[in-house]
Design a protein around this ligand. Structure first.
Ligand code: GLA
Length: 398
């Protein structure tokens, strides 16, 4: 979707907006942070489990320069308001909507003793908001990289997702895991990334050649208002399940649900009340699917990978209950085409996007067919595109 030309056009509009708002400044720096899809491994990250995401070719870009005070002046070309906040005494403010996400990254850096300068920053993004493609984590990582550069400070790359997650947990109040910030920091063109969210060990897994297999994103256009509280509720249900299972299994240290084998779980399953048992079952079996999917991808076995995606969606729908009728409809619409290997919701759920893996030669027809079915069944015009796997966040030239 995003060609080099499109990015050049976005950068030039961003620079113009910067100059219009903040005047000429020779020291303006440019940064980019991508959105992400998760191929498989959903709601496993905050349970110490495995995930297999990839950064994609939609992104947020920023033009930024430092100020001589401790004020942050933030403007996004995607929103009408300009936000001003002081770095002294930063706290979450509902009225600020989108700007809380970049501010959470500044808050986390300051919490770790990195004193930041004030800054004038303009953002522009082409990641659809609320689409499950992680525009919030993208702007967090983008802000963190930008503020570190303006401060002339560096931290280990591995700390960037850790600090951004702390911002999301402690400043925004979503008890999210580390997957999104991690892939946005460490993504690499053409590769998925296998991550163990407990140890943070990770490795790149080359994805199938884009000329053979297309990754299609289908945005349901449904944004769920309750996503934050429903997400935190799932986190709590898993914590409750872990406590019961730790007692029931009664062996050494079990730090997370992901430290429990499928056999141990099956033996202890009846001690869990509903829906906690179903939540835990999803997590423990989804971890197994991520391992199998990574293996399939390494062998170039797209058919097996596709089946695992379908099984993951069924589990998210029936056991974890984070799908919705539009996401189910989108997945079913994709699966009507013979050229589709598999499809599932991606990201937190409750709305947002589904992905499908399809034969590249048939991808345009798959989209047309899914668009029609989805519209007939829901009355909504879904948004579709074929995404490419892109690099993680970094500084841009120009
Ligand atoms: C959101 C969160 C992630 C992860 C996914 C579900 O994207 O930010 O940490 O939990 O949901 O897998």
């Amino acid at each position: 979707m995003a060609s080099a030309d499109a990015l050049t056009t976005r950068i030039s509009a961003l620079k113009q907006e910067y100059h219009r708002l903040f005047g000429d400044n020779e020291t303006v720096m440019l940064f980019n942070a991508p959105g992400r899809i998760n191929i498989i491994g959903e709601h496993t990250d905050y349970n110490g489990g495995y995930v297999l995401p990839a950064a994609i070719d939609i992104s947020i870009i920023a033009a930024a320069a430092r100020r001589n005070d401790r004020q942050l002046h933030l403007k996004s070309q995607n929103f009408p308001d300009k936000v001003t906040a002081s770095l002294d005494g930063l706290s979450f403010d509902e009225q600020r909507t989108w700007a809380n996400f970049p501010l959470s990254a500044a808050w986390a850096l300051e919490k770790h003793g990195i004193r930041l300068p004030g800054a004038d920053i303009v953002f522009q993004g082409d990641i659809p908001l609320g689409s499950g493609l992680s525009s919030s984590a993208a702007i967090e990582v983008l802000m963190m990289k930008t503020m570190l550069a303006l401060a002339g400070s560096t931290i280990e790359d591995g700390l960037i997702p850790v600090y951004c997650r702390e911002g999301e947990n402690g400043f925004i109040g979503v008890k999210s895991g580390i997957m999104d910030q991690f892939i946005i920091t460490f993504g690499r063109e053409g590769n998925a990334l296998f991550l163990n969210c407990e140890t943070l060990e990770h490795r790149l897994i080359p994805f199938c050649n884009a000329d053979a297999v297309a990754i299609i994103v289908g945005n349901t256009k449904v944004k769920r208002e309750l996503a934050k509280s429903a997400y935190n509720q799932r986190v709590e249900e898993c914590a409750e399940g872990l406590k019961i299972l730790q007692e029931k299994i009664g062996r050494g240290v079990i730090r997370s649900l992901s430290g429990i084998s499928r056999e141990e779980f099956d033996r202890a399953r009846s001690s869990l009340p509903d829906p906690v048992g179903r939540r835990c079952e999803h997590v423990i079996y989804e971890n197994g699917r991520v391992l199998d999917a990574t293996d399939a991808l390494e062998k170039g076995d797209v058919k097996t990978l596709g089946k695992l995606l379908i099984a993951s969606h069924t589990s998210l729908k029936e056991l974890y209950e984070v799908s919705c009728k539009e996401l189910d409809c989108m997945v079913e619409a994709f699966l009507q085409s013979d050229d589709v290997y598999g499809a599932r919701m991606t990201g937190a759920g409750f709305g947002g996007s589904a992905i499908a893996l399809a034969k590249a030669e048939g991808a345009a027809d798959v989209i047309e067919n899914a668009r029609k079915i989805y519209h007939e069944k829901t009355g909504i015009c879904g948004e579709f595109y074929i995404c490419r796997i892109a690099d993680g966040a970094g500084r841009l030239k120009g």
